[in-house]
Design a protein around this ligand. Structure first.
Ligand code: MRU
Length: 351
């Protein structure tokens, strides 16, 4: 599969997810501004991938400042400001920016070259750790699936939403390798169709049996016994286990509860926001109404209609059966497990 992003030492090459599934093309970003614009315009999207891209944005800012003889610290400050303003909800973005600032502090008052090397190394580490985390999550999560899983997923929490392998789709990939997947149902995920354009593309490319449905069909299939588990990713998980994810996730969780179907969430610890008590305190991004009244350049609603376009919603912890991360599985009431799992070193968990 095409890689979500690659870094060649000079530029970050982002797979342009706006063009999928019809075209595979890459956008080269040489500055933090270009990375921020790519995040804002959904060239790169998905909480972990946004964080990894932002980390490279910081490293690029330091590199460009060193090359032009400018102040690296000033460049990092302004890169931090512009990247932090790119999207508000996925906490991985802010986590990655803090990791980069802390790598800068650890490098101390050494030469510009040493600082740039430290920041490039940190960005590469965040990238590589994200893939390792997804693989570990896949192993933990696959144990939770029923034999002959008929699993529904919403939005795209795949390789495209991460540095590689995916969170929810990582669990599906691992379960598929173990012969546990009967079928995956992918919600198309209005308004931007991450499910239809991206999730279906990933799964079909991998030969995993996949059925695409519109968002409004999930209840019908559940009521006919066609789905026996749900797995989604997350953009932020509050200290009480509330899950913030793509708009429509809450609806799926309510439907799953009504039909007695387990609702699983897979997300790395960079998605945990243990400083925020509950989902009600999280900023939900409202995106351009044009996404709702147009598709592929064609108007699909009358001019003058009022539109809402919240990009995420909050699924209360009470609707979640388990939260899968790279060090294990958190169970209700979540708070204590999230704290415990957040403290474990990567690779310390036992499947
Ligand atoms: O607006 P997007 O496409 O960035 O939203 C993505 C999601 O909501 C994903 O489900 C979430 O980031 C988890 S990705 C591993």
């Amino acid at each position: 599969m095409a890689e979500t992003m690659t870094f060649d030492g000079e530029a970050l090459h982002l797979l342009d997810q706006r063009a999928l599934p019809t075209e595979v093309r890459y956008l080269a970003c040489r500055t933090a501004d270009e990375v921020a614009r790519a995040i804002k315009t959904l060239v790169v999207r998905g909480a972990p991938a946004i964080g990894v891209a932002a980390a490279f944005g910081m490293a690029l800012a330091a590199k460009r400042a060193e090359e032009s003889g400018g102040s690296i610290d000033q460049a990092l400050e302004s890169a931090h400001t512009i990247l932090a303003a790119s999207r508000p909800t996925a906490v991985n973005l802010f986590w990655a920016l803090e990791q980069m600032q802390s790598a800068r502090r650890a490098a101390g008052g050494t030469t510009g070259h040493t600082i740039v090397s430290a920041l490039l190394a940190q960005a590469r580490k965040i990238h590589d750790d994200d893939i390792a985390s997804c693989r570990a999550m896949g192993e933990f999560g696959a144990t939770l699936f029923p034999a002959r899983a008929r699993v529904l997923t919403h939005c795209n929490a795949g390789a495209l939403a991460t540095a590689g392998y995916g969170t929810a789709l990582g669990v599906i990939r691992s379960a598929h390798r173990q012969g546990k997947i009967d079928r995956v149902f992918a919600d198309e995920t209005r308004p931007v169709l991450q499910g239809a354009r991206l999730t279906a593309w990933e799964l079909v490319n991998e030969g995993i049996p996949t059925t695409l449905i519109t968002d409004s069909m999930a209840g019908f299939l559940m009521s006919h016994g066609e789905i026996n588990c749900v797995v989604v990713g997350a953009d932020r998980i509050a200290a009480n286990g509330d899950v913030i994810n793509k708009i429509g996730t809450y609806t799926v969780a309510v439907l799953a509860r009504e039909h007695g179907i387990p609702f699983f969430v897979a997300a790395p610890r960079s998605t945990f926001d243990l400083a925020t008590a509950s989902g009600a305190l999280v900023t939900i991004e409202e995106r351009d109404p044009e996404e709702v009244v147009h598709w592929a350049g064609v108007r699909s609603a009358p001019a003058g209609v009022d539109v809402r376009n919240p990009a995420f919603d909050v699924t209360p912890a009470a609707l979640v059966a388990a939260i899968i991360c790279e060090t294990g599985v958190a169970r209700p009431p979540f708070g204590p497990d999230l704290v415990r799992l957040a403290r474990l070193p990567l690779h310390s968990g036992r499947v």
